[in-house]
Ligand binder design. Structure first.
Ligand code: T46
Length: 139
């Protein structure tokens, strides 16, 4: 499995000084979409999460603390990313299956999303996702 696709990773503007680090993220400027929703995932040690794709939603995943492994699958190939830097975001485009695992005990995963929560946007059945993804032109 290839490790990290550079084009999926976005460098975020970090302002570091003697007091620490501040990362500021502006919708449509630092991420390629307007931010409609923010959520975060904590306390996930030994858990696996995700296992679904979105038809329309765009997201940016940032491990603001600790680390986790993210597998992104476009229905043709799977890529694995280790997220461990608070100034780096992983962009998840529509029609990409997502699996998250190997969370460190202290992992805090911040997610910026392009739309409000919509259960109907989820595809949770992997074979159905692959069939739908493969019917689309390759991205
Ligand atoms: C994704 C990955 C990265 C809400 O009520 N509002 C929300 O905005 C979200 C994201 C979730 N929920 C509820 C729905 C479930 O009852 O929170 C519960 C846990 O959600 P879920 O099992 O979908 O969590 P993950 O970690 O498997 O997936 C989440 C996002 O749902 C998903 O869009 O891409 O994080």
């Amino acid at each position: 499995m290839p490790l990290t696709a550079p084009t999926d990773l976005i460098a975020l503007p970090a302002h570091s000084d003697a007091r620490g680090m501040l990362v500021a993220i502006e919708g449509t400027i630092d991420v390629p979409f307007s931010i409609a929703r923010v959520y975060y995932i904590l306390g996930t040690e030994r858990a696996k999460r995700g296992f679904h794709a979105h038809r329309e939603l765009q997201q940016l995943l940032i491990s603001v603390k600790g680390s986790c492994r993210v597998i992104v699958d476009n229905g043709r190939e799977r890529r694995e990313h280790l997220l461990s830097q608070p100034d780096q975001g992983l962009r998840i485009s529509p029609m990409h299956w997502l699996e998250m695992c190997d969370f460190s005990k202290d992992c805090a995963l911040l997610v910026l999303a392009s739309a409000h929560y919509d259960e109907a946007d989820y595809i949770c059945d992997y074979p159905a996702f692959v069939a739908e993804a493969q019917a689309q032109p390759a991205s």
